[in-house]
Design a protein around this ligand. Sequence first.
Ligand code: AMP
Length: 283
Amino acid sequence: MKIINSIIAMQALAIAPERGERRIVFVPTMGYLHEGHASLLREGRKRGEVLVLSIFVNPIQFGVHEDLDRYPRDLENDCRIAAECGVDIVFIPTAAEMYPPAFQTGVTVRDLALPLCGARRPGHFDGVATVVTKLFNIVRPDVALFGCKDYQQLAVIRRMTSDLNLPIEIVGMPIVREADGLAMSSRNAYLSPHERQSALCLIRAIRKARELFTTGERSVAVLLHEARAVIEKEPAAVIDYVEIRDGELLNELEVADSGTLLAVAVKIGQTRLIDNTVFGEEL
Ligand code: AMP
């Protein structure tokens, strides 16, 4: 497994004639890898000859009062997991090289980036779309894998890839959960043991809404009311949003159906957690 820090070196490998017909498969991450990331890497391993993992905590997708400075890092463990998953290249650029002082270009996806996390984290998806575009141009993948855990991010990246005619297949992967249902996230490391228990209110709310949907409830107002009530019972939880939207365009709805998205963002103490489910699909 090769570790590459320089943009030029990574790009040189990607565009080298020796690459030949070998397909490059790409999994971009912010590191502090867990089983969710590993599931993307294992699937990626099957989809091409050269598996590239990037680890980059992208400063421009963090708001001023967010957790950029304390975002968890453990490169040694990340490399161990990467090696186990059969990664060929770990690309770890520096922020200074990704964003030199003269940098002034951004990629904006309009409507899809407005609701949900986009409304609570202004500029977040511009930061995501910009860094993913840069990474795509550096790594030159044929296939890139992203988790449905970040549902809106995946929607934004699919739109951007299509709109900009990028010749890259985007693969969405299911949410990997802990045994008790908590969606895996690098940010779970912030949670105290007590907060870790409180964090289960997200999956409880999702299960409640799914149960109601399964028994025939289709009213978005009712489903939202019930999901919110579950979270409101948890004293340590503060709802950022609980929303039901069309699973493709993320438009608001009054009636839920198969393919409809329920997305939640909840603060547990200082830690903001997100989770989601699509009605009619497996949890
Ligand atoms: P991050 O390092 O949090 O930026 O995540 C990197 C990639 O891993 C993104 O495509 C995420 O959606 C994906 N990912 C993160 N957590 C999970 C999870 N629990 N299950 C599946 N994919 C995940």
